[in-house]
Design a protein around this ligand. Structure first.
Ligand code: MG
Length: 392
């Protein structure tokens, strides 16, 4: 039995992770669950999976959760950063699934690695912000880091049994999101509801907006550069609207190995949980004849400038990727609040990046400072340079 601690259990990846675990009860047990504020769903998850520990952020939510559970339920309820730390390092845990949203995932992920626990990483911000520090910690403690992001899981799978020094480039696929063929003018008028309608993947709000701007793909380029030890220049992005080819690796002899599957996060999650084994999953079959056609297109960096911003951040290194990430999180929240338009999301990030003096080889404290600075600066830019959008 593999013992799993799940950080971000009530989010999209968290729910899918528990679906995989629930379908494989003889393989996995849950030691700890950590969530933000969805107390009702967390209570259901505790009832079903009986972890020894459950963590929420706020004390009031911990109190609410305790009231919902019987006193003898066997699950200790903790809260705050210390509570998350307990969940990330719970005794006897074999693997931590890091699936919290945004920058909040960084510290608990580092704490799990520091405790020598394997991490299945779904939180891309962890590597975008602090890839050097996170990988050094994993190496120092001998803790494996297994990707959960579907593209990175695909690359990880395509590398199995091959020599990394023979890789010529990595090709990340991108669905292109809901606005693949929209003009720059059409993009300026996009509503929140339209941006939240992703054609292929069901995901949380933040990542769905990031997919629509292609910032998600940009962050994935930075994530892939760290995970697979390649410069961003050796990582290409190709639009693949069907989301069946999850990514590809090209070797020096011109051979390209791809990984295919349904656009369903349960696939990459199952692989990360069971690696190096594969679980038997009967509901995941791929019917290529039914799919019929797979198409590929060049991404348009004029309409989707977020991609170029991410390459610039990867090239600049230091604190720049953390700044891009922090500014983007703020800008996406402002778009969801109706404060800025769709095209403004990357404009805000670009402005913040341009006024940042990046620090080389930053410490964790410098990275967290840069993240805070980027958020403050993004708020300032949003407040002074942009007019509010009409709400849909
Ligand atoms: Mg992805």
């Amino acid at each position: 039995m593999k013992k799993i601690a799940l950080l971000g259990s009530t989010g999209s990846i968290g729910v899918s992770t528990l679906a995989v675990i629930g379908a494989q009860r003889s393989e996995f047990t849950v030691t700890a669950l950590a969530a933000g504020q969805n107390v009702a769903l967390l209570k259901d998850q505790i009832d079903r999976f009986r972890p020894r520990l459950a963590a929420v952020f706020a004390e009031e939510h911990a109190c609410a959760l305790r009231r919902l559970l019987p006193a003898d339920c066997g699950t200790a309820i903790v809260f705050g950063p210390e509570g998350y730390r307990e969940a990330a390092t719970a005794a006897g845990t074999d693997m931590v699934v890091s699936a919290m949203v945004g920058a909040a995932g960084l510290i608990p992920t580092l704490e799990a690695l520091d405790a020598g626990i394997a991490v299945a990483l779904a939180n891309k911000e962890t590597l975008v912000m602090a890839g050097g520090i996170v990988l050094a910690k994993a190496a120092e403690r001998g803790a494996p880091l297994i990707p959960v992001d579907s593209e990175h899981s695909a690359i990880f799978q395509c590398l199995q049994g091959n020599r990394k020094e023979e890789v010529r480039r990595i090709i990340l696929t991108a669905s292109g999101g809901p606005f693949l063929h929209a003009t720059r003018e059409e993009l300026a008028a996009v509503t929140i509801a339209q941006a939240l309608r992703h054609p292929n993947w069901t995901m949380g709000k933040k990542i769905t907006i990031d997919s629509a701007t292609m910032m998600n793909k940009g962050l994935e380029v930075i994530e892939a550069a760290w995970l697979f030890g390649l410069p961003a220049a050796a990582i290409d992005v190709v639009i693949h609207p069907q989301s069946i080819v999850h990514s590809l690796v090209e070797y020096r002899d011109g051979s390209v190995i791809a990984q295919l599957g349904q656009p369903d996060m349960r696939g990459p999650i199952a692989y990360a949980l069971s690696y190096p084994r594969r679980l038997t999953r009967t509901d995941a079959a791929l019917d290529l004849c039914k799919i019929g056609t797979l198409t590929f297109l060049e991404p348009d960096r004029d309409r989707f400038p977020a991609l170029s911003l991410a390459y610039a951040a990867a090239k600049g290194g230091g604190t720049l990727p953390a700044v891009l990430n922090g500014a983007n999180e703020c800008a996406v929240a402002a778009f969801i609040d109706g404060k800025i338009g769709f095209n403004d999301i990357s404009r805000v990030s670009q402005k913040v990046m341009e006024s940042h003096a990046s620090e080389c080889e930053p410490t964790l404290a410098a990275i967290l400072n840069a993240d805070q600075w980027a958020r403050t600066e993004a708020e300032r830019v949003i407040g002074t340079d942009f007019v509010p959008m009409p709400r849909d």
